[in-house]
Design a protein around this ligand. Structure first.
Ligand SMILES: [Zn+2]
Length: 162
């Protein structure tokens, strides 16, 4: 959904099921590959014991909380990490994931409030000749004017993240 682990300042983890789900989508799959190749994101399967703990907790919360296999693995991996003494934050917009995370006293945030998407919603542009730039540039390569930043319109942002 536009999350770029390369832009994060801390270790990030995902599970094999997510890699599988993203295989169909060029943009996210590319970012995931780039992140895993750089060592910024680790793909790890959760332990069996954490997985069953998560499933048990979901069951205890009732019928309304339905976790997919992928979601179960994500929460279980977070549980593993917290048992290792880390303080993981689960990034998910899924209500069931958030509910189970809360029950297990794990931190979670929705993608919208995680503050990552902003990174992709800005573009550098030259106020004189209107050329657009990406990256960390200061001045326009063509006319030398100091670049400004503006939000990418929603349509462009949607296309970039698809
Ligand atoms: Zn210019």
């Amino acid at each position: 959904m536009g999350l770029d682990p390369l832009g994060l300042e801390f270790e990030s983890y995902s599970v094999p099921e997510v890699t599988e789900e993203l295989r169909q989508q060029t943009g996210p799959a590319y970012r995931l590959n780039a992140s895993t190749a750089s060592g910024k994101m680790k793909i790890q399967s959760p332990s069996k014991s954490s997985s069953s703990e998560v499933l048990e907790e979901a069951r205890a919360l009732g019928d309304k909380v339905v976790l997919s296999k992928t979601d179960t693995s994500v929460v279980a991996l977070a549980l593993d990490l917290s048992k290792e003494g880390k303080t993981p934050i689960i990034v998910s917009d899924d209500y069931a994931v958030q509910n189970v995370a809360e029950a297990l006293k794990l931190n979670y945030q929705s993608l919208a409030t995680f503050g990552i998407r902003q990174k992709f919603n800005w573009v550098l542009y030259c106020p004189a000749c209107f050329r657009k730039y990406s990256g960390e540039m200061q001045d326009c390569l063509v006319c030398g004017t100091k670049l400004k930043r503006k939000p990418i319109d929603k349509e462009a942002a949607r296309q970039r993240s698809s």
